[in-house]
Write a protein that binds this ligand. Structure first.
Ligand SMILES: CC(C)(COP(=O)(O)OP(=O)(O)OC[C@H]1O[C@@H](n2cnc3c(N)ncnc32)[C@H](O)[C@@H]1OP(=O)(O)O)[C@@H](O)C(=O)NCCC(=O)NCCS
Length: 167
């Protein structure tokens, strides 16, 4: 079954909670850089506070089930920090890549020019995902973490953006 993508609005705690619940301990660790069993109320509020301008998010659904979220949060100077997670049961099916491309499409329209992702150095999946979306990223290793940076790619001019969302 194909995943469907849509932009998240503010306060969609149900989607956030469902995706968080579907992450294994390893995936939670890779996403949040700590072994948290659940989101703190503060983090939950922060992640649900999507505003369509400085904080953009796209979620993937299989049927009614939320299976992943990608988000961009402004960090100044037309730069945004990227974070993405896909529930373990739906990883390795192209959903993470689609989510990142979709949220970057929104980010481009919102005026972001550069994307930054701080990842654990051994997060091979995210590093390869980032490189598959952003050709030739800048990589700065910093001990257990790595900072990946890339310019927002130009918008496709042949309608592919629409197909990407619909696929
Ligand atoms: C990183 C993550 C979002 C990838 O999601 P996904 O849906 O499995 O990724 P995709 O299937 O779309 O793969 C996209 C690309 O990433 C690469 N990739 C993803 N997982 C990989 C893995 N385990 N090993 C090697 N490459 C991998 C592939 O190169 C793939 O490119 P391709 O489409 O050309 O084959 C997912 O593994 C996850 O949620 N991990 C836990 C949270 C996390 O680490 N988030 C990132 C920190 S913000």
């Amino acid at each position: 079954m194909n995943a469907r993508l849509r932009q998240l609005g503010p306060g969609e705690y149900d989607v956030l909670d469902a995706v968080t619940a579907g992450l294994s301990a390893t995936s939670r660790y890779l996403r949040f850089h700590s072994g948290i069993p659940r989101l703190t109320p503060q983090t939950r509020d922060l992640l649900a506070a999507v505003d369509g301008r400085d904080h953009l998010a796209v979620a993937a659904f299989v049927g009614a089930e939320p299976v992943g979220i990608a988000r961009l949060i402004a960090i100044g100077d037309a730069r945004a920090e990227l974070a993405v997670e896909v529930v373990d049961a739906w990883q390795h099916r192209g959903i993470g890549g689609r989510l990142v491309r979709a949220v970057v499409d929104l980010g481009r329209a919102a005026g972001f020019r550069e994307i930054v992702a701080d990842v654990l150095a051994d997060n091979v999946a995210m590093r390869l995902l980032f490189a598959s979306v952003f050709p030739d990223p800048d990589v700065v290793e910093d001990g257990a973490e790595a900072r990946l940076t890339a310019g927002v790619p130009a918008a496709p001019d042949d309608g592919r953006e629409d197909r990407r969302w619909a696929a």
